[in-house]
Design a protein around this ligand. Structure first.
Ligand code: SAM
Ligand code: SF4
Ligand code: SF4
Length: 355
């Protein structure tokens, strides 16, 4: 424990949070609890076989909770559990319970593909998970199978239903839109979201590590999404929220709100307060970063919380990352890394560092 639970050691004299070189605070931590997944989404894990992180190197629940404790001592208030597929990590509700006991956390969320969610929803809710975001790219079972390589669409829909039944507040549904794959389903997904009281967020296909089949032509852009929805619903009102959240939110004439995460064509690095901890304890300052900081080694070598906090603070203060903006400025844009390089360094994978 740090000496004073209320005052982060690196808070600035005016009481503000620790900030990086671009003035961005350290507020949000995404914790990947496993690199494994039970789907093979074409935009994330298009291959069947992967090189997995060695099991002894995965952080234990105690180690994860301790890392979260250190990060929250520096100003992190939003924690999101992700993966890979986080529900493949055994006893996840136990980890949720440990993290939920940390009073500095305002928002404890989970991102899941939903396949196993129905069977764990009750336990996760009881353990203190605040919110859940489920990924749903299509309402058509055969399209789901083609897109994910698995025949588990019904389980995902059951997971969405279970989230509401056990009492989670309004859900978010994340949908990656790919041209020629599911770009004809935007309105259907909004209608479905309305029915299950979920806010749908459309995500542009990103050229992150893992997206080895990425091409610019397959990106269905924010502008195209808005155009398609306007031709169906009429005037779309931007909510113009002043927030660091990745999604830009809009309202349809009937009041339905949806979001767009346009990292590819309209990056939002300027307000990025997120960083990522992999299941084996590497800390990444950007989704596009080529290297991370090995915090597991420090942890297992006996570093105190204060030493870990000092290291994290000094790295964050030096941070200049704005990966998506730099990618957007690239003229000839293709896949970020090839499959051979990914096999040599699985940390470059989106499914390893957590989406
Ligand atoms: N397996 C969980 C899931 O799918 O919800 C959590 C991890 S997944 C890496 C987190 C998010 O990353 C998902 O919503 C997924 O749609 C998104 N994602 C993965 N690859 C992407 C890509 N190439 N472009 C845009 N979003 C991507
Ligand atoms: Fe799909 Fe998530 Fe698995 Fe990636 S990690 S393949 S997005 S379910
Ligand atoms: Fe943040 Fe990097 Fe994503 Fe930009 S590309 S929003 S800096 S994680």
């Amino acid at each position: 424990m740090l000496p004073d639970a209320q005052t982060p050691p690196d808070a600035s004299p005016d009481g503000g949070a620790l900030a990086d070189q671009l003035g961005r605070p350290l507020r949000s931590l995404r914790v990947s609890v496993t690199d494994r997944c039970n789907l093979r989404c074409r935009y994330c894990m298009p291959h069947e076989e992967y090189v997995w992180l060695p099991r002894p190197e995965l952080l234990t629940f105690e180690e994860i909770a301790r890392m979260v404790e250190v990060f929250t001592s520096l100003g992190v208030v939003d924690v999101r559990l992700t993966g890979g597929e986080p529900l493949l990590r055994r006893d996840l509700p136990h980890l949720v319970r440990m993290i939920a006991a940390n009073p500095r956390i305002h928002d404890l969320a989970l991102t899941t593909n939903g396949v196993l969610f129905a069977e764990h929803a009750e336990a996760l809710h009881a353990a203190g998970l605040h919110r859940v975001t489920l990924s749903l790219d299509t309402l058509r079972p055969e399209r789901f199978t083609a897109l994910t390589g698995r025949d588990t669409h019904a389980q995902v829909l059951a997971g969405i239903a279970a989230a509401r039944q056990v009492g989670f507040p309004k859900l978010k549904l994340d949908t990656v839109i790919m041209r020629g794959v599911n770009d004809d389903e935007l309105a259907d997904l909004i209608e479905y979201g309305r029915g299950v009281e979920a806010e749908v967020r459309f995500i542009e296909y990103m050229d992150v590590g893992g997206a080895t089949q990425w091409t610019a032509e397959k990106v269905f852009t924010r502008a195209e999404m808005l155009q398609q929805l306007a031709s169906r619903y009429g005037m779309i009102e931007p909510l113009n929220e002043n927030s660091s959240a990745p999604a830009e939110r809009f309202r349809l004439p009937d009041g339905t709100v949806f979001g767009i995460i346009a990292s590819t064509t309209t990056p939002f690095c300027k307000t990025c307060d997120r960083s990522r901890l992999t299941a084996d304890g590497f800390w990444y300052l950007c989704l596009y970063a080529q290297a991370g900081i090995d915090l597991r080694q420090m942890l297992r070598a006996g570093a105190t919380n204060e030493e870990l906090a000092a290291r994290i603070a000094s790295v964050w203060r030096a941070r200049t990352d704005r990966g998506a903006e730099l990618r957007a400025a690239t003229g000839q844009r293709g896949a970020l890394v090839g499959i051979e390089q990914l096999r040599q360094d699985p940390h470059l994978e989106m499914h390893t560092r957590g989406g």
